[in-house]
Ligand binder design. Structure first.
Ligand code: IVH
Length: 667
């Protein structure tokens, strides 16, 4: 064997070992600099001798080349999910059912890691393929991204072939760092570590994924024939022995009382962990008893996930600020003493409207309880009664717009207060933010702070001015280097060729959402044709109602708007429909061609918005649950439709699960 080849093998051995010590065992024997030095030596050798680079070389951790898409791959056995328990009674019921079937059992309690399920396939001890859960039957091949996670062994300590499953996640520290960077770059931060992990694993550029510092815990072996474990505990120990990272906080217990003790313990201590958990998974420990209990259509009968209640914390309401939306709606926002809730620091929460503030009798300086709805959106739950200060004053919404001082009005039938001044600065800025947003003109790099500055300096007064921006306008802005300016001007230029529906939606015509914009663009092909259309004609279109028809026609007839459109045309902004036709929309595999029912009250969007979004993903949204229904999305107080879905064993998602999926897709 040549000297070089020998050195390569030596380096593989050392680097794998150091990586294992550092990332799996959390017990490094050499400083980081030693690892880096050896890695660079290996990178150098591989550059000169590409034939010596193997698939399991430690250098793959830095990330392979950019991919164009992720291949869809069917799981060898479906990746199921778990039934949920929300309280002690649910747990006791679960235990009782098991006892009735198989008698007394021991349980394995594990932390329920709040990340993303992944399936890892090994052949003869080598990591060959890693998949997402996808719809449980088919996942996406994210092997290259998974290889960048150091805790995933590329080579096992035994030459075995099997599939292991676990949870990939982003530790809190990496998450905070990533969001800090995002904020500095004026990018939208991730709402929580789970979304950040999902987004990172869906990066087409593995080198970017490598930078995201993800981690993993494995918790199950798909095919146990290779090993001789008799319990879940032994199976996890075998995984440890093979070089995998498993969660060491697990505990095997003798009965359901001890399960509850374990849950109580972690309910208290979860904040001290360096990663997020959203519950505890309880599994029958004995593997042959698991087999005996078997599965329902959706989940194993031998396991259940206890979900923590949404975390509530107390903080102080420092102030109430008003924000003015694009349509002039004035929303009160609670400014809070910053606190950590469900994994992030919260300093603002929507108070929705004045009525709600009075209903909850919330005053500035009150101690308030806050939580995150669906673990995502912060909200004020209530005030703490006996902590009121004597001078706490009742809050009243102002009578005039805090931005332009125009009188605010309450439109009949609406709770919201509105500023109806069409020249209100705050609204115009919001309108600009909307115009560049992803579903509208999708201009990357034109964040809120930049728009605000450009507006204040008089560089942009309306949306068309965006296309008249020059380097001289942009370079003097805060935190704007030459590179950012060049990229931004490129993004603006690219947006000129967007299809008509993006422009229509971006204009911010009242009542005109993403879907209706598309319907109009598809039907009329160009803005000129749309400008000729009458209200009556618009009303003939299935998806267009009276309010919208009127709003579109009034908008396009307005002389100022006509001038604005001309100003955009002068800069060659495209005003024609470029397809593809609505029915050919690619859509997301989880929704495309699926029959979906929405039921119950949603908090983070209206049912209509949810339905529009689903249809854009190629789903058919229907109103009654039948055998043909593929999925039910159930909000609060979902009644008979939910029971029907359960009876027919149709998959049911909570709003939270739906929003998480949306975020994954949008990412
Ligand atoms: S066992 C048949 N154990 O929670 C499914 N799941 O629905 C067996 N999860 O998406 C899953 N930590 O990704 C199991 N220690 C753990 C877990 C865990 C997190 C996730 C899993 C799944 C969801 C349960």
């Amino acid at each position: 064997m040549s000297e070089v080849k020998k050195r390569v093998e030596e380096l593989h051995e050392l680097l794998h070992r150091y990586s294992y010590e550092y990332y799996v065992k959390d017990d490094p024997s050499v400083p980081d600099s030693e690892y880096d030095k050896l890695l660079h030596e290996l990178i150098g050798i591989e550059r000169e001798h590409p034939e010596l680079k193997t698939d399991d070389s430690p250098t793959v951790r830095v990330g392979a080349e950019v991919q164009s898409s992720f291949e869809k791959v069917q799981h060898e056995t479906p990746m199921l999910s778990l039934g949920n328990a929300f309280n002690e009674a649910d747990l006791r019921k679960f235990d009782q059912r098991i006892q009735e079937k198989v008698g007394d059992v021991n349980y394995m309690c594990e932390l329920k890691i709040d990340g993303l399920a992944v399936s890892l396939k090994y052949e003869n001890g080598k990591f060959v393929q890693g998949l997402t859960r996808g719809d449980g039957t088919t996942g996406e091949d994210i092997t290259e991204n998974l290889k960048t996670i150091h805790a995933i062994p590329l080579t096992l300590k035994k030459d075995i072939s099997f599939e292991v499953r676990g949870e990939a996640f982003m530790p809190r520290k990496s998450f905070l760092k990533l969001n800090e960077e995002k904020e500095q770059n004026e990018e939208q931060p991730f709402a929580n570590p789970r979304n950040a992990a999902a987004g990172s694993l869906r990066q087409l550029d593995p080198k970017l994924a490598a930078k995201r510092k993800l981690d993993v815990f494995l918790y199950s072996i798909n095919d146990l024939t290779e090993l001789d474990a008799e319990t879940q505990e032994e199976a996890l120990n075998e995984l440890d022995a093979l070089g995998f990272k498993t969660n060491q906080k697990r505990r095997s217990v003798n009965n359901i009382d001890e399960v509850i003790e374990y849950i109580d313990y972690w309910t208290d201590k979860r904040e001290a962990l360096s990663y997020d958990i959203d519950g505890i998974v309880i599994k029958v420990n004995q593997l042959d008893t698991q087999d005996e209990l078997g599965f329902t259509a959706k989940s194993p009968r031998w396991a259940i996930a206890y979900k923590f209640p949404a975390e509530e914390v107390v903080t102080t309401l420092l102030d109430i600020e008003l924000s003015i939306g694009r349509t002039g709606v004035v929303t009160p926002t609670a400014i809070l003493e910053p606190v950590r809730v469900a994994g992030t620091t919260v300093s603002r929460a929507s108070l929705h409207n004045e009525d709600l503030i009075h209903e909850k009798d919330i005053r500035i300086s009150d101690s308030v309880v806050i939580k995150k709805a669906g673990d995502i959106i912060p909200e004020v739950v209530k005030r703490i009664k006996d902590r009121r200060k004597d001078d706490a004053k009742t809050y009243h919404m102002p009578t005039h717009c805090p931005s332009c001082d125009h009188e605010l009005v309450r439109i009949e039938g609406e709770v919201a207060l509105r500023c109806i001044n069409p020249k209100c600065q705050a609204q115009l800025v919001e309108g600009l933010i909307h115009f560049v947003s992803r579903q509208a003109m999708n201009i990357d790099g034109l964040g809120e702070k930049i728009i605000q500055q450009l507006y204040e300096q008089g560089c942009i007064k309306d949306i068309a001015d965006i296309y008249y921006l020059t380097e001289e306008d942009l370079l003097p802005l805060e935190r704007m280097g030459q590179k950012k300016v060049t990229n931004l001007l490129k993004a603006i230029e690219t947006s000129k060729s967007n299809s008509l529906e993006q422009l229509l939606f971006g204009l911010g015509i009242r009542h005109l959402g993403v879907k209706a914009s598309r319907v109009l663009a598809e039907r009329y092909d160009s803005i000129e044709c749309l400008m000729e259309v009458s209200e009556v004609e618009l009303l003939e279109i299935h998806d267009i109602g009276e309010k919208l028809a009127q709003s579109v026609v009034t908008y396009l007839e307005n002389e100022d708007i006509k001038a604005l459109i001309q100003k955009l045309k002068d800069k060659d902004v495209n005003m024609t429909f470029k397809g593809p036709k609505y029915n050919e929309v690619e859509g997301h595999e989880d929704f495309k061609d699926k029959t979906i029912v929405l039921t119950g009250k949603l908090h983070q969007m209206t049912r209509k918005e949810a339905s529009e979004w689903l249809k854009l993903q190629g789903a058919k949204v229907t109103s009654s649950v039948t055998k043909k229904t593929d999925l039910v999305i159930a909000g609060e107080d979902a009644g008979s439709k939910l029971s029907k879905a359960e009876e027919l064993e149709i998959e049911v998602w909570s709003e939270d699960e739906f929003v998480t999926k949306q975020n994954e897709i949008k990412e």
